[in-house]
Design a protein around this ligand. Structure first.
Ligand code: ADP
Ligand code: MG
Length: 696
């Protein structure tokens, strides 16, 4: 049977109407799609309970018996249908709050049913709300073993198409299916003790026991991850051979002069090591594609600047792209002051640089007069043309989509060297999949003399002690941030919160000057307020998360995060990284309401216990799952994976990567006879893949 070309509508029991729904709601069009739509859970239905055994704390149970009678109880929205159900020894109530008409028309008294659901107690009696009810004699499939549960949508349910229907469809399909051909080569299947594809697909829907299910999932997850890794590694090796790039053979005057005369401090060991790695890449003749990970405050900017100087020393231009205007401006100011006195022209290009000034920058880029460009995504516009762009730095890369990054390529005949920097540490297994084709450098050392930030949790009804804390720091000449969340959906409320907070601070701390910044302000206004804080004219900055990335005010020693319960871990860590940049003790105060969910409490606890960005990233991945992590969404990887979970299947990712590497070492031309199945499958999959491995 050619599963991929057989329309699901011809499967007995489906038909054109339901096929349309399956296509619209679950993207199931062919029999192949149906086969690869896996249940999200299985429930053990091998045991029947007696009604007198049931208690309200049991998970799902099933009982067998008959409905004695129906009653409707309650009024209006509380109206419900109650069926009194007995197994001959005890009685429970089955309860429905909607679909009452339908239920009454379908279920009959004096008929044997198997009822399945979660028992609870009401008025001293046990009931089951919205149970699954099946005629006892029609039970087939796995209803008495591990029963699969499939995702369905509201629209499907309204049309009577539920998990049970999908169960029937897959059962029908599997009954008719000839053994499926293998999609992994025999030597992999046997050396890894995998079950065959045929067995795996049958058991992932209908396992006979938990162990079968585990083996089926293992095999399918491995296969999924394996082909992705094969794609990534092959792509990376390919590119290494194909793409030549500029050879920056010299480390010349600018670099040396900067290093010798301008550098305001000794580089950390980690900074030196990373600069060596970058120099080596840029001198190798192959295009650099390097991911630089380093916690907030670890000094990535300096590494970027020095790498850019190498490009300049070899006669090329360099460009750094930042995700926000404030950050771009800050980089621009930093670069200008660090490079003062060196013959380097640095220019800024953001959405607010307009008219004559903009034209002047654009001209400078085309003639080569401008050697360093600092900007936002404005640098991607077609009007921005370089004479010879040799090196590109992308700061806080998770803010940019893949497509945006790729556009920087097209600015040249030859691809420039690319350095991608992130302060949101990416757990290893995720990095292997998301950035598997990039080389990775890590700055795992903070500049010397920094004291770890102390993080405290405070409930928001204890303002006085909070203000006391802030005051004591300000009196020592330090500065403080007070940050409010800002979410699009509740923007008005959020800005009001910020304004209220600002006014309260003005009232309660009248002896200090306070700046205020949020996304709704005009750029010039924002800029002026920021500048007042940066220059020390104001002591407190009240802001929304516009300050999240990159702002650098070493004198600030207090970070107050209001409504901390509304921030994710990565964001909290980023915000905290705004302080602790000088030699003095800094503090981060997480202010929350009193009632917190378990998840939030966990987040706060992690924050108060560790300053290590990598630890926090791992915890974040476990708490949220990779689909929600910044970066995964744009990359599309979250959509590609059906079964594997990058948060939980780290070891399997590792295994898949190792195996894929071995296959390629062993068969670099993709032509070995023993890999025939493998490459055929690979090429088939490749057609459907978005090329999210091509990051830059
Ligand atoms: P991030 O990695 O978060 O981008 P930055 O590059 O903004 O960090 O650096 C944070 C602060 O540390 C800046 O004030 C910078 O001048 C300072 N810094 C960077 N490297 C060193 C160093 N080797 N010694 C001392 N201070 C440093
Ligand atoms: Mg930075």
């Amino acid at each position: 049977m050619d599963l991929e070309h057989q329309d699901v509508k011809y499967l007995p029991g489906v038909g054109p109407k339901r096929a349309q729904l399956l296509a619209d709601e679950l993207q199931i069009r062919t029999l192949h799609d149906l086969l690869y739509t896996f249940p999200y859970k299985h429930i053990d239905r091998s045991r029947l309970y007696y009604i007198h055994e049931l208690t309200a704390d049991m998970p799902y149970v099933q009982v067998r018996g008959q409905i004695l009678s129906f009653d409707t109880e309650g009024e209006g929205r509380k109206r419900r249908l109650v069926a009194h159900f007995t197994d001959g020894q005890g009685i429970i109530d089955l309860v429905w709050f909607n679909g009452i008409k339908y239920v009454m028309s379908v279920y009959k008294t004096r008929t044997d049913y198997i009822v399945f659901g979660r028992p609870s107690a009401f008025n001293g009696r046990i009931n089951i709300a919205h149970p699954d009810v099946e005629p006892a004699d029609s039970l087939r499939l796995n209803a008495m073993g591990l029963q699969p549960y499939y995702t369905t949508t509201e629209k499907m349910k309204r049309a009577g198409l539920n998990s049970r229907s999908l169960e029937h469809f897959t059962a029908t399909l599997l009954e008719r299916l000839d053994p499926l051909p293998e999609t992994l080569p025999e030597y992999l299947v046997s050396s890894l003790h995998l079950v065959s594809l045929d067995e795996a697909l049958r058991h992932i829907h209908y396992p006979t026991c938990a162990e079968d299910l585990r083996k089926a999932r293992f095999r399918l997850k491995f296969e999924e991850l394996f082909y992705i890794q094969l794609n990534i590694i092959r792509y990376a090796r390919d590119r290494r051979q194909k793409y030549r790039s500029y050879v920056f053979s010299r480390v010349g005057e600018l670099f040396h002069e900067f290093y010798g005369k301008k550098l305001p401090f000794e580089l950390t060991g980690a900074q030196k090591r990373v600069i060596r790695e970058i120099r080596h890449d840029m001198g190798s003749g192959r295009q650099m594609n390097r991911l630089l990970q380093g916690d907030v405050g670890s000094g990535k900017t300096l590494v970027a600047l020095m790498s850019m100087l190498i490009a300049l020393d070899n006669g090329y231009q360099a460009c750094i792209m930042a995700p926000t205007e404030i950050l771009a401006e800050q980089h621009y100011a930093t670069f200008q002051s660090l490079l003062a006195g060196l013959p380097v022209r640095v220019e800024l290009l953001t959405g607010t640089v307009k008219g004559r000034r903009r034209q002047c920058v654009l001209d400078g880029l085309e003639t080569g007069g401008v050697q360093v460009l600092v900007g936002t995504h404005a640098v991607l516009e077609d009007t921005v043309r370089f004479k010879s762009l040799g090196m590109v730095v992308i700061d806080e890369q998770h803010r940019f989509g893949v497509a945006q990054r790729a556009r920087l390529w097209s600015k040249n005949d030859n691809p420039p060297h690319v350095l991608v920097m992130t302060a949101t540490p990416i757990p290893r297994t995720l990095a292997m999949t998301l950035y598997g084709d990039l080389d990775v450098s890590v700055i795992d050392e903070l500049p010397p003399g920094r004291k770890p930030i102390q993080t405290l949790h405070q409930f928001d009804n204890r303002r006085e002690s909070l203000y006391r804390g802030i005051r004591s720091q300000l009196d020592e000449g330090r500065q403080a941030y007070v940050v409010y969340p800002l979410i699009k959906e509740s923007e008005k409320m959020d800005i009001k919160n910020l304004e209220d907070g600002y006014e309260q601070l003005c009232r309660d701390l009248p002896e200090y000057k306070i700046s205020r910044v949020h996304g709704k302000m005009k750029p010039a206004e924002k800029e002026a307020e920021m500048q007042d804080f940066i220059s020390g004219k104001t002591q407190i900055l009240v802001a929304t998360t516009v300050i999240e990335v990159g702002v650098n005010v070493p004198n600030a020693s207090v970070m107050v995060i209001e409504n901390a319960e509304r921030f994710g871990l990565a964001q909290l860590h980023q915000l905290r990284g705004r302080v602790g940049r000088g030699a003095d003790q800094s503090y981060c105060i997480l202010v929350t309401k009193y009632q917190l969910s378990a998840d939030t409490r966990k987040r706060i606890q992690i924050m108060t216990e560790t300053n290590d960005g990598f630890e926090i990233a791992e915890a974040d991945l476990k708490l949220r799952g990779p689909g929600d992590l910044e970066g995964t969404q744009q990359s599309g990887v979250a959509f590609t994976l059906r079964l594997a979970d990058l948060a939980r299947d780290g070891q399997l990712v590792q295994l898949a990567r190792e195996m894929a590497g071995k296959v390629l070492d062993d068969d670099p031309h993709c032509a070995a006879a023993k890999n025939e199945i493998l490459w055929r499958q690979f090429n088939k999959l490749k057609k459907d893949w978005v090329d999210w491995s091509a990051i830059s």
